[in-house]
Write a protein that binds this ligand. Structure first.
Ligand SMILES: C[S@@+](CC[C@H](N)C(=O)[O-])C[C@H]1O[C@@H](n2cnc3c(N)ncnc32)[C@H](O)[C@@H]1O
Length: 220
């Protein structure tokens, strides 16, 4: 008898052979990629991931996602688009930087990371100094990291973290705004699924984009 408590997407993602990788498969999947890799951390339903991968066939795009349902939706989009330069990792992004070699990552999107708004939860936020150092250590020098969030408190903490790393990582800020859509939608960028919801609610979208010239070389 089928277990009604079992998440149906655990089984359903098995059909996407070569598109979905679980924790223990991710390291070898990365090794098989020859060129630069662009990450979409917390890719949700994969809308932005597939949009960007379609425009940039020379780069391999990896979406990283914890939830089975979102992994399923992302894989379905990749399959329907017929993309050969895109995959989704079902894993906790906290473990992600350790899987890469230095100089493998050419760009990172972190769009609407879970905000963990309560004081006791803030330690769970992904974007913190240690994580950004670990992630930056795997970047190709000059790579861009793009962050957007509707959550003002998280944004201020992100800004503090990144501005605290400016000298160490040779950071150049290319976009810093509390209202990303003030002048309308940017050409060539995708509004993500969560972003659409937040915009409908009348929330402002914070954005911080920056380039990293000196990837971190130490140990954490
Ligand atoms: C608010 S949603 C944003 C999704 C998508 N980026 C968008 O803008 O529509 C945050 C997503 O990050 C995923 N997520 C949160 N923490 C994560 C982690 N540690 N590793 C991987 N994914 C994570 C959640 O499952 C969720 O799908």
């Amino acid at each position: 008898m089928a277990n009604k408590f079992l998440n149906p997407y655990i089984d359903q993602i098995k059909q996407f052979h070569g598109l979905v990788f679980s924790d223990d498969e991710c390291a070898s999947a990365i090794k098989s990629v020859k060129g630069p890799i662009h990450l979409d951390i917390g890719c949700g339903n994969g809308e932005a991931l597939v949009y960007e991968a379609s425009k940039d066939p020379a780069t391999f795009y990896i979406g990283v996602e914890l939830q089975y349902k979102e992994v399923f939706r992302t894989a379905l989009k990749i399959q329907k688009a017929g993309l050969k330069n895109c995959a989704v990792f079902k894993m906790d992004a906290k473990k992600l930087p350790d899987l890469f070699c230095a100089g493998q990552i050419s760009g990172v999107n972190i769009f609407f990371p879970d905000p963990w708004p309560k004081t006791k939860q803030k330690k769970n936020r992904l974007i913190q100094r240690g994580y950004m150092l670990r992630l930056s250590s795997k970047l190709i020098p000059g790579s861009e990291i793009r962050i957007r969030t509707d959550n003002d408190d998280y944004f201020l903490s992100i800004v503090n973290t990144i501005y605290g790393l400016i000298d160490e990582l040779g950071i150049t800020v290319t976009e810093f705004t509390r209202d990303y859509y003030l002048k309308g939608k940017k050409e060539d960028e995708c509004i993500t699924a969560f972003e659409r919801i937040f915009l409908k609610q009348g929330l402002l979208i914070n954005a911080l984009y920056f380039n990293v010239a000196k990837p971190f070389e130490g140990n954490i």
